[in-house]
Design a binder for this molecule. Structure first.
Ligand SMILES: NC(=O)c1ccc[n+]([C@@H]2O[C@H](COP(=O)([O-])OP(=O)(O)OC[C@H]3O[C@@H](n4cnc5c(N)ncnc54)[C@H](OP(=O)(O)O)[C@@H]3O)[C@@H](O)[C@H]2O)c1
Length: 265
């Protein structure tokens, strides 16, 4: 299998997107360790659990250096509640930056020596919120934008030994989707806004992570891979009131006199 004999760490791999990534890596033959503050509520066969707060630099370094080897790091732990900027003080927003930008840097630095020796790779879990305005989650969007840039810089600094890429993820159906999109009707309505007609499943993100970690992606580093089902239909198309008119036929091609010569210009 693609990842036979490889050892992977998935931060926040105990539920949601991270659990989907962990399952896909196990299915591809990897030995997978998931870390989070609490153990998984639903068993994740084939994985080990490391209790860890990724914002605690000392604990991160202890946990990572204790591993005998590491081939793949997936920086997945992240997220943020919906909170308009003026509804919280700066310190609350800074916590969001810590989890979504500084923690991936901390974990990557702690993993670097292992990954360098193994000629391994890092997959960052980014978000479409990092490249379009993210009202209500502005600090989160800013962190995800920074995360993609961090990945591109790491890819250059740590080449050729370590490849670093980002999965830029759209909306995913997880145990917590109702917090963002509401009940089944809300999820169905949101799904209709996605060109592929549905939210991603965690396994869709997992399949993309397996690809980026595998030898099939041996020449891919510093890349951002969109996993968003085709993105968003531009809002103006639904707001515009112009009545579509027939497109005029192309006028017949007129060959200018100067071109009616066999001579080179
Ligand atoms: N769901 C989506 O629609 C979506 C869309 C785009 C991108 N993403 C990205 O995908 C990733 C996962 O999102 P999700 O929706 O699956 O989130 P989730 O369901 O809230 O899961 C987050 C995971 O991270 C862990 N975690 C949170 N804070 C942590 C900390 N300080 N230290 C260690 N682990 C921590 C959680 O476990 P504990 O709470 O036990 O620590 C859990 O395992 C995030 O980076 C998110 O930005 C998600």
């Amino acid at each position: 299998m693609e990842l036979d004999g490889k050892v992977a760490v998935v931060t926040g791999g105990t539920r949601g997107v991270g659990a989907g990534i962990a399952r896909s890596l196990v299915a591809a033959g990897a030995e997978v360790l998931v870390c989070a503050r609490r153990p998984p509520e639903v068993p994740l066969p084939g994985t080990g659990f490391i209790p860890l707060d990724v914002r605690d630099g000392d604990a991160v370094r202890r946990a990572l250096t204790a591993l005998p080897r590491l081939d793949l790091l997936v920086n997945n732990a992240g997220g943020a509640p919906h909170r308009p900027l003026t509804r919280a003080d700066a310190e609350r927003h800074i916590r969001v930056l810590e989890l979504n930008l500084l923690a991936p840097l901390t974990v990557s630095l702690a993993a670097h020596e292992h990954l360098r020796r193994a000629r391994g790779s890092i997959v960052m879990i980014g978000s479409v919120s990092g490249s379009r305005p993210s009202p209500g989650t502005a600090a989160y969007g800013a962190a995800k934008a920074g995360l993609e840039h961090l990945a591109r810089s790491m890819a250059v600094e740590w080449a050729p030994e370590v490849r670093v890429n980002t999965l830029v993820v759209g909306m995913v159906r997880t145990e917590l989707s109702h917090l963002h999109y509401g009940d089944a009707d809300g999820i169905a309505a949101v799904s209709r806004t996605v060109p592929l007609g549905r939210l991603a499943e965690p396994a869709d993100v997992g399949a993309a992570a397996v690809f980026l970690a595998s030898d099939a992606a041996a020449y891919i580093s510093g890349a951002s891979l969109l996993v968003h089902g085709g993105g968003e239909r531009p809002a103006f198309l639904d707001a515009a009131t112009a009545v579509p008119t027939a497109v005029p036929a192309d006028p017949p091609a007129v060959v200018p006199a100067v071109a009616r010569t066999d001579k080179e210009p």
